[in-house]
Design a protein around this ligand. Structure first.
Ligand code: DOR
Ligand code: ZN
Length: 355
């Protein structure tokens, strides 16, 4: 990583150049929506792990490959963006589907949604022990299991669902499959950080920009703010601090995954608004702001560009991007289908800009 500070009369220009990052957790939706979502990510990132929670979900390798073609069809000309595909785990995913996925060369992981945990998760897993044969195949093929880590019991407080998932699901699953690669996705609590730190090299975690930059007060600041609502929901300040410490520590178990989750403005600003924060247009800038606030810009490159690829066993990128410290105002919205979509930090000043 190169940091350049130029003093040009009164103006101080600060730039950082890093190896092009990857997004290890991304939603782009499907069909007509793709042309509004994919170009943002292709502009910033070299590769992205594409979530399979479509309607209907991508449960087979052939569905994932057809979805990949639809994404490539809207990737801007000249971009060498590569979508990395995933399968949606169900109670009935056949174990031999994992071998097909591996052989495809394009499906690189399987996603566990506990049934009912979040957007389009109804077909998800009702009891992880029903999937043990498939997890055995994943372990054998060295293919990561990506985990939405929340219990779904409605009696459990929404702010405690991640912690309970660690105790009730993750710990026993790990015991049954000691060498299964697990990515604990979009972690939101100090409990999750501590869990990942205590585990061995087979466990890693992604962290979103919103969980680094905001605590749960953001959802209620001066009124109810649907564009700060995602799942797992933002937590208390002490958890945000723990996530920042983990991300900016240089520990290779923590890497970038935006969980950018596009929903049309009218689906967010509603009596029952969808969960999901759209960060794709300014994702790397948001992370740069968070690392800058931690005085840890020198740790951004590892987190954004190296540790994810290393965990997945995929080669690191070689080209670079440059970010400049320069204020700009984030648009209030972007076109999306027949309407608009509101990005994270809409209408506010962002302090870093991709050059
Ligand atoms: O906030 C979220 N939105 N969390 C998820 O787990 C899913 C995502 C979506 O697909 O909208
Ligand atoms: Zn997600």
């Amino acid at each position: 990583m190169i940091i350049i500070t130029q003093e040009d009369e009164a103006l101080i220009i600060m730039q950082i150049t890093i190896i092009r990052p990857d997004d290890w957790h991304l939603h782009v939706r499907d069909d007509d929506a793709l042309k509004y979502t994919v170009p943002f990510t292709a502009h910033q990132f070299s590769r992205a792990i594409i979530m399979p929670n479509l309607t209907p979900p991508n449960i087979s390798t052939s569905q994932a490959l057809a979805y990949r073609d639809r994404i490539l069809a809207v990737t801007p000309e000249g971009s060498d963006f590569r979508p990395l595909m995933t399968l949606y785990l169900t109670d009935n995913t056949p174990a031999d589907e994992i071998e097909k996925a591996r052989q495809s060369g394009h499906v690189v992981a399987v996603k566990l949604y506990p049934a009912g945990a979040t957007t389009n998760s109804d077909a998800g897993v009702t009891d992880i022990t029903k999937c043990y044969k498939t997890l055995e195949a994943l372990q054998k093929h060295n293919m990561p299991l990506l985990v939405h880590g929340e219990v779904t019991d409605p009696d459990v407080d929404v702010f405690d669902r991640e912690k309970q998932f660690i105790d009730k699901v993750l710990t026993p699953t790990r015991k049954a499959f000691p060498e299964l690669k697990i990515v604990f996705e979009h972690i939101t609590t100090k409990d999750a950080v501590d869990y990942v730190l205590a585990e061995d090299k087979f466990t890693a975690a992604t962290i979103t920009p919103q969980h680094l930059l905001y605590n749960r007060n953001a959802i209620f600041k001066g009124g109810i703010r649907p564009h700060y609502y995602c799942l797992p929901v933002l937590k208390r300040e002490e958890h945000r601090v723990a996530l920042n410490k983990a991300a900016s520590s240089g520990n290779t178990k923590f890497f970038l995954g935006t969980d950018s989750a596009p929903h049309a403005q009218n689906r967010k600003e509603s009596a029952c608004g969808c969960a999901g924060i759209f960060s794709a247009p300014l994702a790397i800038e948001l992370y740069a702001r968070a690392f800058d606030a931690n005085n840890a810009l020198d740790k951004l490159e590892g987190f954004a560009s190296f540790y994810g690829a290393d965990f997945y066993g995929i080669e690191r990128n070689t080209e670079t991007i440059t970010l400049e410290k320069k204020d700009w105002v984030v648009p209030d919205s972007y076109p999306f289908l027949d309407g608009e979509i509101v990005p994270l930090h809409a209408g506010e000043t962002e302090s870093w800009q991709l050059v």
